[in-house]
Design a protein around this ligand. Structure first.
Ligand code: WT7
Length: 657
């Protein structure tokens, strides 16, 4: 296992205690309180989660059993409970003063804005739910959402949840091909999209991508497309298939009762990259996910009724699902949605949003923080950031230097920072500080959330010594955990539960990260140990990028590895061998990059293509990626190369570097 950051992190000895002012008002006010909760949850998880489910959520019918783990690794939470997450995010607030509180504050990239109160959001959600029903969608059907960052993306998610349709949000940056794969994998009946969106002072077309994905009946399960008007650019509307949202909204009732769902009914499928093969459809269900998104939002972001909370993620990722939409709204919070990203014409736009809306809680990614550092402190310094009281990060390990910059320049040394480790699969944050309770150390995600039995183990599942690297695992189910891979339960079992073999019926969850725990019990996540690259906090499977490259007629074989990048964390380096008749040149490299963008989307564009005559392979034919990783990052090749089939390949690759 590689240990890329362990050296610099080991030197990190600074600790930051929550201030007494912050702690005295926080939901979880002291280290002792955290320990008490953690101990209680560990001794009796069912009692702990059962009590929270009862006090924090509204159920139509109570469950018979908190956790059914009789068929591991397939867990059931709140068995036979009946609940609807859209009811918990909307209706239950309408009978309180929150009825007229801002639920979503939205800021568009061109400077337009919109605020939806809970009552208004409820109305729009009910209307969209009725429209979706009119379009023939029934409970259990899958609906794809391919949208820019506009309120309608949250409305669409909540509308699906309201009637029991399963949503599958596809990030708006994905290409038509990637969208089509996901439509087919999920057998989606309906696509909800927009004409386009605004990105970096340009428009991006979405509806034309949907048209491409559906052309020649290549996504045959899709009957209808619902289109939200955003950019007002002209788009093709296929009669009988495509419908404008504003047309259908005009004639529809705003009354739509929330369907009582079984706690284990599927809420959504979200596709994410794995180390092999096609993207995995991560399945989350209703009751457990609702509780987990709710309670992690409340305790980690210390949500209070007068807070304005902003998570800068896109709703196309799990962070957007749990911490823009479901978690904050379930708590009756005010959640900010922003369509834009920092761009040359407006490098300070994030700080403008903080100042304009008086944002109190700000949650972003290390890659964004590194970009802010590059842009210079004069951007944040020129704005009033005094409303901020809590900061968070997610997506990859944060370098201690970036943490310190965030702490000083953005937090003015008064805001606690929560570094939250989690994954699409975990549904919500797993390892994190609780801001009023946990002393933080820059670069460490600190401690597991109450009820999360995290550990660092070796391949046999035995805990490793303090400060020794190992596999980050979870030893007991939790309510927000994924339930299966859509349509492929075997893949769920193999991918997450068999890497470290179950012993005596004890299953350990492992999803690809290495970590160590220090002498104070702090977790330091070291990054992926599998073939997954983390580019700007987005997971890309090397296999997917390789498959995209190989689908180009010039490419015989491709091997993709990550190489360090100052801002993105990692970037993609592709080693490529060519078919006979093709010559390596820059034009071809550019064509191959463009081809990957077309197949997957701009996030997967390789930073570098290296042509080679051969790949370093073992005698059994396995590409030795470890060697390619060293070459890509300009490091000396260390470790054993004796299994190489042909050493001259490596020598040539070195010469070419
Ligand atoms: C992978 C999951 C969960 C939402 C964002 C990404 C890495 C995430 C941290 C963190 C170190 C982190 C891990 C993980 N990761 N947060 N705070 N410290 N690493 O979700 O696309 O499912 O990716 O992101 O490697 O396995 P995702």
């Amino acid at each position: 296992m590689s240990q890329p950051t362990i050296e610099s992190i080991l030197k990190e000895k600074r600790t930051f205690k929550p201030s007494p002012e912050f702690a005295s008002k926080a939901h979880i006010r002291s280290w002792e309180k955290y320990q008490e909760l953690y101990q209680k949850a560990s001794e009796n998880p069912s009692e702990f989660w059962g009590e929270l489910a009862e006090s924090e959520l509204e159920w139509f019918e109570k469950w018979d059993q908190v956790l059914d783990w009789s068929n591991p690794p397939f867990a059931k939470w709140f068995v036979n409970g009946k609940i609807n997450i859209s009811h918990n995010c909307l209706d239950r607030h309408l009978t309180t003063w929150r009825r007229n509180k801002a639920a979503i504050i939205w800021e568009g990239e061109p400077g337009d804005s919109r605020t939806l109160t809970y009552a208004q959001l409820h109305r729009e959600v009910c209307q969209m739910a009725n429209v979706i029903k009119q379009l023939g969608v029934k409970k259990g059907d899958r609906v794809a959402i391919y949208m820019p960052m506009i309120p309608e993306s949250a409305i669409a998610m909540l509308a699906c949840a309201r009637i029991g349709a399963v949503h599958s949000v596809v990030f708006g940056g994905f290409s038509a091909e990637a969208l089509r794969d996901r439509l087919n994998a999920a057998e989606a009946k309906l696509v909800i999209t927009a004409d386009g969106g605004f990105r970096k002072d340009k428009t991006i077309a979405l509806k034309p991508q949907v048209d491409l994905a559906l052309e020649d009946n290549k996504a045959p399960t899709v009957d209808n497309v619902l289109v939200v008007e955003r950019t007002k650019e002209k788009v093709h509307m296929e009669a009988g298939r495509d419908h404008w949202w504003h047309d259908l909204q005009a004639g529809v009732s705003a009354h739509c009762p929330a369907e009582p769902m079984d706690s284990e009914d599927m809420l959504f499928v979200l596709y994410t990259s794995g180390s092999t093969g096609k993207p995995k459809g991560v399945v989350h269900t209703t009751g457990g996910y609702n509780l987990y998104a709710h309670i992690t939002s409340k305790w980690i972001f210390d949500l209070k009724d007068d807070d304005v909370y902003w998570c800068t993620a896109d709703v196309g990722w799990i962070t957007g699902h749990s911490y823009i939409v479901y978690g904050p709204l379930s708590n009756g919070a005010t959640t900010v949605m922003y369509e834009g990203v920092p761009r040359p014409s407006n490098l300070g736009c994030f700080w403008d949003v903080v100042e304009k809306y008086g944002v109190n809680i700000f949650y972003t990614a290390p890659t964004a923080i590194r970009a802010f550092i590059k842009m210079g402190e004069h951007h944040p310094n020129a704005r009033d950031l005094s409303s901020l009281r809590l900061l968070g990060t997610v997506g990859e390990p944060i370098n201690p230097e970036a943490w310190m910059w965030y702490h000083k320049v953005i937090g003015k040394e008064k805001c606690p920072i929560v570094d939250t480790w989690w994954q699409t699969e975990t549904g919500g944050v797993m390892i994190t500080a609780l801001p009023g309770a946990t002393p933080t150390k820059p670069g460490s995600a600190t401690h597991p959330f109450p009820g999360i039995m995290a550990d660092v183990v070796d391949l046999d599942g035995n805990p490793v010594a303090d400060n020794q690297g190992g596999y980050l695992v979870v030893k007991h189910p939790w309510p927000g955990m994924m339930r299966t891979v859509y349509g492929d339960p075997d893949r769920f079992r193999n991918t997450y539960w068999e890497h470290i073999a179950p012993k005596d019926g004890n299953y350990l969850y492992f999803a690809g990260d290495g970590a160590r725990r220090d002498e104070d019990g702090y977790f330091w996540v070291m990054g992926r140990v599998d073939d997954v690259i983390n580019v700007s906090g987005h997971r890309l499977g090397t296999m997917e990028v390789e498959s995209a490259l190989v689908s180009h007629p010039a490419v015989a074989e491709a091997a993709v590895v990550g190489k360090p990048d100052e801002v993105k964390g990692e970037d993609i380096c592709a080693f490529v061998t060519l078919e006979g008749g093709f010559e390596p040149h820059d034009d071809l490299a550019n064509q191959l990059k463009a081809h990957v963008v077309q197949e997957i989307g701009a996030i997967a564009r390789p930073a570098e293509i290296r042509f080679t005559d051969g790949m370093p392979k073992t005698r059994s034919g396995k590409i030795m990626r470890r060697l390619l990783r060293s070459l890509a990052s300009g490091q000396e090749i260390a470790g054993d190369t004796s299994t190489l089939e042909d050493r001259s390949v490596l020598d040539k690759l070195r010469e070419g570097a």
